[in-house]
Ligand binder design. Structure first.
Ligand code: NAD
Length: 253
């Protein structure tokens, strides 16, 4: 791993435009399960059955049973050393932006300023019927956590949906435009804790690669990307490998 880390540090120090794409894996050390963790949320709720817009439209109460569990988990989660390392990399004027597939707000809590939320954020609620949107904090915790009653729109009375992108929904337009622009400009992409199988997010490193960017992947295991797009693979928990990368960068500067 040391040799790979040395190569990564050299590429980053010589780069003009470094971006990161993060996935659920960066938040597992904060106690939020990814799609694969044994005993995680997704063993209880099959995403193909619960995390789709069709399921929400036909039975929002059923989907909210999963969402309540998700709110419980994310409300208590704190950012970890991996999130903090990326925030520091931005403060060192190395990292331009983070494109995240996560909805947990932990990059922002760690201090990252330039975060593109590709799949939305669980802290906002939206009405599919009339288009109203709300901050989650406008609804008291009892409604969202203890009583387990789905919140309803104050304008039209319909059941609200968290402003997260469910399977079958479009990516927010601004996130698409800004992240494609970043991918085209990037000469290094840090791909952290994503299985790279959910599209179109998984396209971001491929677009960058077409423009000859170097792909540096941080994951505990090999992924769909590793064999055909990754240039440097750094295996391990992101909460250890990312702080290690920051330490090595500082030592080499
Ligand atoms: P995924 O579950 O498909 O893959 C997670 C990846 O992270 C795996 O490759 C795994 O090997 C790796 N990983 C796990 N722990 C790690 C660690 N400590 N360090 C480094 N790597 C680690 O996740 P995905 O690719 O992000 O796709 C899942 C979809 O589900 C995304 O669209 C995302 O929006 C959503 N999701 C989000 C959250 C969240 O907001 N925290 C949690 C679960 C799912």
């Amino acid at each position: 791993m040391d040799r790979e880390m040395d190569r990564a540090v050299e590429k980053i120090l010589n780069a003009r435009y470094v971006i990161a794409l993060t996935g659920a894996g960066i938040s597992t050390e904060s106690g939020i399960p990814d799609f694969r963790s044994a005993g995680g949320l997704w063993e209880k709720y099959n995403p193909a059955e619960y995390a789709t817009i069709e399921a929400f439209r036909s039975d929002p109460g059923k989907v909210w049973r999963m969402l309540f569990d998700m709110v419980d988990i994310t409300v208590n989660a704190r950012y970890n050393a991996g999130h903090a390392a990326l925030a520091e990399l931005e403060k060192m004027n190395i990292l331009r932006c983070i494109i995240t597939q996560n909805i947990d707000n932990l990059h922002q809590e760690a201090g990252s300023a330039n975060v593109i939320e590709y799949h939305g954020n669980v802290s906002r609620l939206e009405c599919l019927h009339c288009g109203a949107d709300y901050d989650k904090n406008e609804f008291d915790a009892a409604t969202l956590i203890q009583k387990k009653i789905p919140p309803v729109c104050r304008k039209c009375g319909d059941i609200l949906k968290p402003a997260v992108v469910l399977f079958g929904e479009l990516i927010p337009e601004e996130a698409t435009v800004v992240s494609l622009d970043a991918a085209r400009k990037a000469d290094v992409v840090l791909v952290v804790g994503t299985s790279a199988v959910v599209y179109p997010a998984a396209n971001i490193p491929l677009v960058a690669k077409q423009n000859r960017a170097v792909i540096i992947e941080f994951n505990t295991e090999r992924t769909a990307l590793t064999n055909f797009a990754t240039d440097i693979f750094i295996q391990g928990m992101a909460g250890k490998t990312l702080p290690e990368m920051v330490r090595c960068l500082k030592a080499a500067m």
